[in-house]
Design a protein around this ligand. Structure first.
Ligand SMILES: [Zn+2]
Ligand SMILES: [Zn+2]
Length: 363
């Protein structure tokens, strides 16, 4: 072999070796790059996961807040509703307690024959006491703070009602109420205290749950007043319980047996001259308020006695405000005839006209 060829071969070998080295380096670099890429992928995945977790947590927190807010709102509205219901019930209860209070004062007045010194004021004070008891119970049982002030007790638009104005201030948590509550109290079904107070000097009158039997108490009262024919009211009777007469207009009393039905059912009538219920409690038989009147009916009389002159045709007119207050006379008016007896009353012309009785004839 020539030396030149040897040199070529050496060079070729060298080159070959160099080529191998290059290949190796390239492979290493690729490996390195792959590793880097692998590592970077790891970082990328870790970063993405973290972002996803954080996002998820934020969403979860937001959703939780929404749920909590919804729950809070709904529980707020439940509380608000129950507060409103409670106040509504409370206000309705004022009228019920007001009625109980009036009834209690009426019964005390009747049983003691002592007029109320100031009926409105008495009702105000007693109702306030009752409300304060209720307020204490509500504080204990429902943690609701209620303060009340009964501002006034006065006649309603019609004489069958009494009105009460009460200031109600209530507070529970975030809820509060402040209002003047007007209650309309029906006196229908309560006893009439006036006859008991007027006959207190000779209190022989009795009641049977629906009517008052005067015995000799009314005769005695009229005698004390020095009036004619007080005897005409011996054993008289009148309604005990306030009951509104349904025969309206009142002129209808002259039709058929309407007057008899009105008397038997013990009805009361509206009257500008009759006293209102509050004044009745004070023993006033006439007042400036628009009030009530009822009839006081003499004991029935045997037709025989009526006709044979054993009977005085004139007596104090039957309306209670006339008997206890104005005391003017009226002639007898028979409104029913049965079993040999007349049922009658003494009635003046103006009351006959009011009730359509001017031409009543049952004889
Ligand atoms: Zn009537
Ligand atoms: Zn009055």
């Amino acid at each position: 072999m020539k030396s030149a060829d040897k040199i070529k071969i050496k060079i070729n070998k060298k080159n070959k070796n160099k080529g191998n080295e290059n290949k190796k380096n390239k492979k290493d670099k690729i490996k390195e790059i792959n590793n880097i890429i692998k590592n970077q992928n790891g970082y990328v995945f870790t970063g993405l996961t973290a972002i996803m977790i954080v996002s998820f947590m934020i969403i979860a927190i937001l959703m939780l807040n929404v749920v909590i807010e919804l729950n809070k709102n709904s529980s707020d509205s439940i509380d608000s509703n129950s507060f409103n219901y409670l106040i509504e019930d409370y206000n309705k209860n004022i009228a019920i307690l007001g009625r109980t209070t009036i009834e209690k004062i009426t019964n005390e007045t009747i049983n003691s024959y002592t007029p109320a010194y100031d009926a409105s004021d008495m009702i105000e004070k007693e109702l306030e006491e009752k409300l304060n008891e209720v307020n204490e119970e509500l504080m204990e049982n429902q943690a609701i703070n209620i303060e009340t002030d009964v501002l006034s007790v006065y006649n309603g638009e019609d004489p069958y009602h009494i009105n009460v104005k009460t200031l109600v201030i209530a507070k529970k948590g975030n809820f509060s109420y402040n209002n003047v509550v007007e209650s309309k109290i029906a006196i229908d079904g309560l006893k009439d205290p006036l006859p008991f107070l007027m006959c207190r000097n000779n209190p022989t009158l009795t009641e049977n749950g629906t009517k008052i039997a005067y015995g000799n108490s009314l005769k005695s009262y009229l005698d004390d007043c020095g009036l004619d024919n007080a005897d005409g009211y011996l054993n008289a009777s009148s309604p005990l319980i306030i009951k509104k007469c349904p025969y309206d207009p009142y002129e209808n009393h002259g039709y058929g047996h309407t007057m008899k039905n009105c008397i038997d059912n013990s009805y009361y009538h509206e009257s500008a001259d009759g006293s209102c219920y509050l004044c009745r409690l004070e023993g006033k038989c006439g007042c400036g308020h628009y009030g009530l009147e009822t009839f006081i009916i003499p004991n029935k009389i045997a037709i025989e006695d009526y006709n044979n002159g054993n009977f005085k045709d004139k007596g104090i007119s039957a309306s209670d405000h006339v008997i206890f207050n104005e005391q003017y006379p009226g002639n007898s008016l028979v409104f029913y005839k049965n079993n040999g007896f007349y049922e009658f009353l003494f009635l003046d012309d103006s009351h006959r006209a009011k009730y359509g009785l001017s031409d009543l004839s049952v004889v």
